[in-house]
Each structure stands twice: as structure tokens, then as C-alpha cells.
Design a protein around this ligand. Structure first.
Ligand code: P6P
Length: 338
């Protein structure tokens, strides 16, 4: 039987082979992975806690104005507590926190900034559908002793690591440090993540799209055209039939695309025209875009590569179209024809 390579061994060997992963970043990634294991355990409990069940809402709202689930808050606390003392971080930012979280002075300060959506897709928790943690790592800006929110406002092309952990039939950690995409499956008997796939590539073409069709009447014309042509199938200009998936959990939809190709769209729509989109740039779109690009795919907001967008606000939103390269390029072309 081929030897199992743990996440730790993979990171040590990556660090030794090409120095791509400095020791502090390796420590950061291992700590995040350990936190994801703890979150996975909490998610797996479901309703078992009886009246103390971790399901249901926490009776509060996050900065996005969304009702927080108990597990949203639990996952956020797990990530904060796991990462604040190790000396690898200067600060953290989370979908669940209005402001950045500075590492307390009682702990050593590191050179990295960690951003995360602690539990993406949490509307799926109570119905037992896959959810996940998304994270992005930036370097602290030089010469800034005290970290401020503005230190986080770096384009996605500045990321030094990005990944997610999907809590589904398997708990799988997917990671890039800029040298391809690797997948690690949690071996619950060993209690460790084991390398199960590396150098992942997405086919340039696909016959599967992911979008919330109930918003169709609100979309911009280029998106309406793209989806309409997919729906016309072999009778239409695409000359082939398409399948549709929508899990309403970005982590699960992106994992499917990394596994077998596809295109994912959460575009701007007319419901809240002042918002650029629903998904958040810094801790959803940027990390997912880097993973997709590292696997040979593409990620755009319709007019610009997502990872080139210069953020203006920590929690800013963005229109997202990502996945199989030829499909994303087609959607972009339709936008440029406006
Ligand atoms: P809708 C989950 O709330 C999320 O942020 C993404 O994970 C997901 O792709 C999207 O929103 C689902 O949105 O409007 O279809 O419920």
C-alpha cells in the first residue's frame, strides 16, 4: 500500500524542496488545519446536543446583516483561539466580526494576516448539507508596527496561501501556496489530514453550470445571455446540453468544480444594485479564485480578474464567475460586448 503522506509531511517537504513555505507559514497552515478538525467535530454533532444543540441561530446578526448560526460563532471562536497565541499572526479578519482582531499583546506578533469565513454556507447547517471554512493568508505590510484595517486591503494577487475545508461526506482540506492545488482528506482514525490528490487541474470546457436560477429576472444582460444559451442545449448556439447544480454553499460548489470542472456564477443583480454582488471579496472570492486559477481555471467579476481587484473595504462584496477557463472567458467576452 502506498505510504500515506500527512499534511505535516507534505508541508515540511514543500518547505524543504522549494522554500515556498517558510516555517512560520507552515505553522500557520497546520494550526488552521487543526482548527478545521475541531470545527468538523462540532459540525458532525448536529442535533445530538439536545437542548444544547449547536444547531439553530445564535439570535444575533453579523456585519453583513445576516442571522448568525450558533455554529458560525463557534467556528469563528475556534479559529481565533487556535491562531492567536502561536506567534505567526499579526491580526485576523472574519466574516463574523465587524472589525479586525489584533493578536493580544500578551502573545508574540507574527508577519501574517489571516482572513476567513469561518463557516460558509451556514444556511445549510440545519438541513445537513455540506458547508465549509474558507481562508486566505496575506503578509503584513512592511514598516507598519501597529496593524490597521488598511493593512488587509491588499489585492488577491498578494495572497501567500489560500484554501478551504469542506465538511461533507468527507472532511477535505484544499490548499494552495502558489505551486498548484493539493487536497487532504481527514483520516478520523489517525486524526490527521492525509494527502489524497495534488496538482489538481480543471478541464477548460464543461457542461455544468452553478447559479441560483431564482434570481434570473434580476441578472444583467451578459449573464442572462450566457445562461440562456446553456439552457438552449444542442438546439442553441452552444451545440451541447448543460447540467445545472446549485448547493447554495460556495465551498461545496467550488469543490465539485475542482473535482470535475464546471462554472460557478454569483453575479451582480438588480435586487440591491448598490452592492457589487453577494459574495465577499477578501475571504470568499479571493481565496477561491486563487485555488481555481492554480488549477488552470479563471475567475472574474465579469470585467476584471478577481485577484486584481484593489479592495476599498474589508467586507466588500463582488460579482463572481469562476471555473473552467473557456466558459469564464466566454462570460467575460459577453460583458465586454456591452
Ligand atoms: P443564495 C452562503 O450563504 C453563500 O455565501 C455562498 O456559500 C453560496 O454560494 C451563496 O451564499 C448562496 O446564496 O442566495 O443562493 O442562498
Amino acid at each position: 500500500m502506498s505510504q500515506k503522506i500527512s499534511l505535516t509531511r507534505y508541508l515540511v517537504e514543500q518547505q524543504r524542496i522549494d522554500g515556498h513555505i517558510p516555517p512560520e507559514l507552515r505553522l500557520l497552515l497546520e494550526v488552521v488545519a487543526r482548527a478545521c478538525k475541531s470545527i468538523s467535530q462540532a459540525v458532525n454533532k448536529g442535533a445530538l446536543g439536545g437542548e444544547n444543540s449547536i444547531l439553530g441561530s445564535a439570535g444575533s446578526e453579523n456585519v453583513q446583516g445576516e442571522v448568525q448560526k450558533k455554529l458560525d460563532i463557534i467556528a469563528n471562536e475556534v479559529l481565533i483561539e487556535a491562531n492567536e497565541w502561536g506567534g505567526h499572526l499579526a491580526a485576523m479578519a472574519s466574516e463574523e466580526m465587524d472589525n479586525i482582531y489584533l493578536v493580544p499583546n500578551r502573545y508574540p506578533q507574527g508577519e501574517y494576516l489571516l482572513l476567513f469565513d469561518p463557516l460558509d454556507g451556514s444556511s445549510n447547517i440545519d438541513v445537513n448539507v455540506s458547508i465549509g471554512t474558507i481562508f486566505s493568508v496575506l503578509k503584513k505590510l512592511e514598516g507598519h508596527a501597529a496593524v490597521e484595517e488598511s493593512d488587509f486591503l491588499q489585492a488577491g494577487n498578494q495572497q501567500v496561501a489560500a484554501g478551504y475545508c469542506v465538511y461533507g461526506p468527507q472532511t477535505t482540506l484544499v490548499l494552495t501556496v502558489g505551486d498548484g492545488v493539493a487536497m487532504f482528506t481527514l483520516d478520523r482514525e489517525q486524526g490527521s489530514f492525509v494527502l489524497t490528490e495534488e496538482n489538481i487541474t480543471i478541464p477548460a470546457d464543461t457542461q455544468e453550470f452553478a447559479i441560483n436560477m431564482s434570481n434570473m429576472r434580476h441578472w444583467d444582460e451578459p449573464v442572462k445571455r450566457y445562461i440562456d444559451e446553456c439552457l438552449q442545449g444542442t438546439d442553441g448556439p452552444r451545440g451541447k446540453n448543460f447540467n445545472m447544480r446549485w448547493i447554495a454553499s460556495m465551498v461545496a460548489d467550488v469543490h465539485r468544480i475542482l473535482t470535475r470542472g464546471g462554472v460557478f456564477l454569483y453575479p451582480w443583480d438588480k435586487r440591491e444594485p448598490e452592492k457589487a454582488g453577494k459574495l465577499r471579496l477578501m475571504y470568499e472570492a479571493n481565496p477561491m479564485s486563487w485555488l481555481i486559477e492554480q488549477a488552470g481555471g479563471a475567475a472574474t467579476n465579469g470585467r476584471q480578474r478577481i485577484m486584481d481587484i484593489q479592495p476599498a473595504k474589508l467586507h466588500e462584496r463582488v460579482s463572481v464567475m469562476l471555473g473552467s477557463k473557456n466558459e469564464v472567458e466566454r462570460v467575460s467576452a459577453y460583458h465586454s460586448k456591452l
